[in-house]
Every structure is written in structure tokens, then in C-alpha cells.
Ligand binder design. Sequence first.
Ligand code: SF4
Length: 377
Amino acid sequence: MAGIYIHIPYCKTKCSYCDFFSGTNFGQQSELLDTMKAEIILQKDYLGGAAVSTIYFGGGTPSTLSVSQIQEIMNSVRENFRIEEGCEITLEANPEDLNLTYLEELKKSGINRLSMGIQSFDNEQLKFIRRRHTAETAVDAVKDAQTAGFDNISIDLIYGLPNQSLQSWKCQIDKALTLNVQHISAYGLTYEMGTLLWKQLQKGEVIQVDDETMNAMYAYLAEACTGNGFEQYEISNFAVPGYRSRHNSAYWKQQPYLGIGPSAHSYNMESRQWNVSSISKYCNLIVTGKCWYEKELLSEQDKYNDFVMVSLRTVEGIDLKKAKAIFGKKRTEYCLKSAEKYIEKKLLYINNESLRLTHAGILISDQIITELIMCGD
Ligand code: SF4
């Protein structure tokens, strides 16, 4: 089993909090799409013939592409890889780009999962973070997608937006839960260096939501989603049973994936590589037959760290038997020793020979993960 990620690095406008690789200049778009098709051919052996069970169009904003552009990329993928029957094919979309005709065409093209960046249902908040859509557009887009036959829809939300109160966040979740979607991803706002929002914070133009409120927001998210038929299967991800993101789950299970497009990452269990984060450099390097990515071979230590990092974020936690079998007794014992104080504080627990985060542990998961991975060779 393997996955393919396709990065579409275009957005019609830039959101103030975003540090993903994307730009608003569509000038080189057709050259880029041709180059991405060339990369698909160049990388056709990367997955070693493994069947592809998930394809994910991310960005940027893939919904800025026409359906025929998406189809051309899909055709190229199908011609060069073995695609599993029932492959999950996700497209990230901005609600503002969606209408019934486009959605019906998308569905016919084979896209069977939509991931909509809604972020908030509060128009003031949306405007402040420079999202293109309004709350009304977002709700209409979900309804249109359902009318077009999409029965696997995920929405993204952000909590801890500047000036957002706990009450306001509760309204966002409550609204999301009325939409009959199958999946909710919710992320706490981070101020990424260099973004407009980060600059506003430096100038004192925005006030960060305090930790206590952030924790209360997260607690409400988990409580409301799990109380409404969603299972929490990862720190930030909730799904109706049967609708976990297979693509993201494969990342967390460390299955191999190939990333296509500028800035896209690939992983094949022995190494990871990342494409150059520049549209013009990416096109020039590929067209002139030069290498367009950097590559890092993974040491045993890297592999162990990745394993701990991704496993602990999931509801299944770290499978201690598996850890011992793959990484040996010394690393597993280090992991358990580092976990002791967190187990005592009820931030971690062991169940079925797996080390898992409690709800309280999730709130400081970054700190816990950092301690568990600091094992020397
Ligand atoms: S639409 Fe998504 S990728 Fe584009 S700027 Fe906004 S958050 Fe970033």
C-alpha cells in the first residue's frame, strides 16, 4: 500500500496565518502542470510497484484547477502507477471555488473525498485572517457537495483565532456538527514566523488567545465531536466510523508515499526527500534533466524518532511490541523510562501493550514527544 500526494501551489489570495508553499501568481501554471506530469513519469518506480491506495491533491488550493486539469494529472498517475480498486482520492478545496456544476464534474472525474478549508463560520474572523469565503459560502459549498453525491467530506477548522472567545469557538463546532460531514480536522492557530499574522503579533496588533482558553477550546472540540458520533483517531482529527482519512492514516502508519510538485515530500521507509520550493526552479531543474529534490537517508535513530512522533499522535499510540521488534530493547526501554513521569501524572497510559496519550496528555503532546524521542544511539 502506498500513497501519492500532489501539491498545487496556487492560491487566489494569501491567508494571513499561512506558511504553506503557495503563491498568487498563476503565470506559470500550464508549464508547471506539464512539468508535474513529467515528474510523475520520472518517479514511476519510486514506490517499487506498490499498489496506490490513496491519492491526495493538496496545496495551495487544488480547487483553483479546472476539472480537465485535474483529470489530466489523474490520467498521468493512472498511466504510471498501479491504482488500487476503491482508491481514496481527495481534493482540498476552498468553498469559494465550488458550485454544483464543478462539484458534479469533479465527482465524475473520480475524486471521491473532499477536504474543505472552512476554518470558521464567523465572517468577522474569516475576514480578519483573509479567507476568501464567507460562512454562508462554506455552508452552501458543503450542501452542494452533498447534492453532487459526495459522501466523504472533511472540513478544516482553526481554534484560537485572535480575539476568539471560548463561546465563539463552541459556536463554530456546533455549527460544523449540523452539516452532516464525515470528518473534522481542527488545529490550534500557530503564529508561523514571517506570515502577516506573525508580523501583526510582533507589532502588538493582535492578542494571542491564552493557553488556558486554548486548552478549554480543545477539550470542547473533543467532547462535542465524540459526543456526536465522531471518533477521535488522531490529535487533530475526528471521523464518523469508517471515514478516517486513509491518506493521513497511511502517513501515521509510516507507509511509503510519493510527493509530486514543488515543495512536495516523499518517503519510502529508507529515506525521505523534498522537492525544491520554487515553481521556476522546479520547472527548470526537471526540464534540464537536473535533480529537483534533496534527499536524506534515514538512520535507525531517525526511524525510531519518526515512529514515536507519528504513533503517539494517533489513538492507537505506540505499539510497544512493534517498537521492540523493530528498534530493539534499548530504545523501547528508553521510551518507557522517559514515559514514567507522564504515566504517573496521568498524561500517558499503557493499554494493550500500547503507550497512549490521555486527554490531558494531548494538550502537552509536543513536550512529551520531544522527551520520548531524545534517545541517543
Ligand atoms: S488557501 Fe490554504 S494554502 Fe492558500 S493561503 Fe490560505 S491557508 Fe494557505
